[in-house]
Ligand binder design. Structure first.
Ligand SMILES: [Zn+2]
Length: 192
């Protein structure tokens, strides 16, 4: 049975290529195999090199340096990364996926719970931001430029660490309320 579909351009090219290869004979040297990725051949398979070739790529986000930096806390950075991608499973996001869930914010029980509200504009979150960042002089209207600024009392790395810790704790607090019915006021939330 002919497995090559000669009606397609790829099939024709494959057929033409196979026609140029001499059939195996007993006098021919033994076959060998090699792995090739991005023009680099090796007898050993490398999953990391293969992933680098196969993984989908997109342009670097302008907030990447706010998420990934040397001294970041991994679990904080991960939550910050997911939040920046707007993929935290907030109630609005879950509802957009077809789940029957209430839309109200777990922290304030007033407005719709989307990522921006939950982490920035919720009354609960605003208080936490103010309490924690009071000494770092945050400016919410220009958050990204503020976090990149640096001075002796508030180096940029402190600002980034603090911002990531707050995002992580706000998300954790939201989940505590939702799954454990554990409510903390904003003063105790900043100490965890
Ligand atoms: Zn809220």
């Amino acid at each position: 049975m002919d497995l090559v579909d000669l009606r397609s351009e790829e099939g024709l090219q494959l057929h033409a290529h196979l026609s140029t290869i001499a059939p195996p004979t007993s006098e021919a040297p033994d076959d060998f195999f090699e792995w090739s990725a991005n023009g680099i051949s090796s007898e050993l398979y490398s999953s990391s090199r293969t992933w680098e070739v196969l993984r989908p790529r997109s342009d670097k986000k302008d907030w990447a340096d706010l998420v990934w930096f040397k001294v970041s806390v991994l679990k904080h950075a991960f939550t910050m990364w997911v939040a920046n991608l707007n993929r935290l499973p907030t109630r609005v996001r879950l509802a957009s996926c077809g789940l029957q869930v209430p839309l109200t914010c777990c922290l304030c029980s007033t407005l719709e719970e989307n990522c921006d509200h939950l982490l920035r504009t919720c009354d609960y979150s605003i208080i936490v931001w103010k309490l924690v960042l009071a000494r770092l002089k945050p400016h919410h209207q220009m958050f990204q430029s503020w976090i990149r600024q640096s001075n002796a009392s508030a180096p940029a790395v402190f600002r980034k660490l603090a911002a990531q810790a707050i995002v992580f704790q706000l998300w954790k607090q939201r989940n505590n309320i939702l799954h454990n019915s554990e409510v903390r006021n904003t003063i105790s939330a900043k100490k965890t």
